[in-house]
Design a protein around this ligand. Structure first.
Ligand code: AMP
Ligand code: MG
Length: 325
């Protein structure tokens, strides 16, 4: 595996790998992605294989802009308005598959919709442009584990499973994209993320929320919304207002309970953007020998707090097997 600084040469090399059906990890503004040619079934199969991801959980395809998205999905008025406001940026749109769309069927897990986004990170854009095709890219970590926001996290998690990692430094947003379903009558939030609900509603009016932790019908509609995800190997305790000596504390804001074995503050000033950017790196740093449990202080449920609390709830959830991942 090569850990490469992004230059014209290394991006061209990465694009060659993608066109050959190989995988490349690359920075986006949300988290690091594990990219493969979205139109190549074997490349997409290799993504699922490298992540150990269940194949019923579809992938997001990354494109440069709305004009290129239209070759792969049936565009509509809300998509037009939202792309104008948020693209390039951390908003994924779920739209009906366009006739003749060349997106791999495996990438969409056999659904008749496609999840698509235009990332704003310049390295991601350069790579997509050089590859000349849409890039399917879930987060560059083993399935179920904490998402990577630095190139080192990718190397730790995927190592030799990925031939090349482009190192673009820490991700600025730090949580995954918001996933918004525009294929039905009313826009529906499938996953809170880097684009806030408030900002989306300012463009399209009130949106529907899918269940926080869906089951039955809504689980089938957004198969990726598993209860346990983003999980460190230690147990996670939420809404902590005090902390024990065997616990690592993930703090937020200026008033921090004392007595933890180890403590990191997501944002001493209480800034949710700063907290989102620090979330996964600090969860990783607390997930270490000697720590019995990770205690997390309450985070306000507004703006980016929706995405942060969603990830924390899944980090705290049991995966149903009695085992932590
Ligand atoms: P990840 O690749 O880990 O960022 O996850 C992508 C998210 O988008 C998962 O929650 C998927 O379930 C969701 N997703 C991808 N494609 C679709 C689709 N066609 N319909 C509904 N949800 C989707
Ligand atoms: Mg992921």
């Amino acid at each position: 595996m090569t850990l490469a600084e992004p230059t014209a040469e290394t991006v061209a090399e990465a694009a060659r790998l993608l066109r050959d059906g190989r995988l490349v990890a690359f920075p986006t503004e949300t988290v690091y992605g594990l990219g493969g040619d979205a139109t190549n079934e074997r490349a997409v199969a290799a993504i699922f294989e490298a992540k150990g991801r269940p194949q019923f959980n579809p992938l997001i395809s990354h494109v440069l802009d709305a004009a290129s998205a239209k070759a792969f999905v049936k565009w509509n008025d809300n998509a037009e308005k939202l792309a104008a406001r948020f693209w390039p940026g951390p908003l994924t749109l779920v739209l009906p598959r366009a006739e003749g769309s060349t997106i791999s069927l495996l990438a969409t897990a056999g659904l008749d919709t496609v999840a698509i986004r235009a990332p704003s990170h310049p390295v991601a854009q350069a790579l997509i442009r050089a590859a000349g095709r849409p890039v399917a890219a879930p987060s560059a970590n083993r399935s179920g584990a904490v998402s990577p926001t630095r190139a080192e996290h990718v190397a730790e998690s995927l190592g030799e499973r990925v031939p090349m990692i482009l190192d673009g430094g820490p991700c600025l947003v730090g949580v995954e994209s918001t996933v918004l379903d525009l294929s039905g009558n009313r826009p529906t939030l499938l996953r809170p993320g880097g684009a806030t609900r408030e900002a989306i509603e300012a463009v399209v009016g009130p949106i529907a929320l899918s269940d926080a932790i869906p089951s039955g019908e809504s689980a089938r509609k957004s198969p990726g919304q598993l209860a346990s995800h983003y999980a460190p190997s230690r147990p996670v305790r939420l809404e902590a207002t005090s902390v024990g000596p065997d616990e690592g504390l993930l703090a937020f804001g200026p008033e921090v309970p004392q007595g933890a074995m180890l403590s990191y503050n997501l944002s001493p000033s209480g800034d949710l953007g700063e907290a989102a950017a620090n979330l996964f790196a600090m969860l990783r740093a607390l997930d270490r020998p000697g720590i019995g449990r990770i205690a997390v202080m309450p985070i306000p449920q507004a703006g980016l707090g929706l995405a942060i609390n969603d990830r924390l709830r899944r980090a705290a959830a049991d995966d149903g097997t009695g085992q932590r991942r």
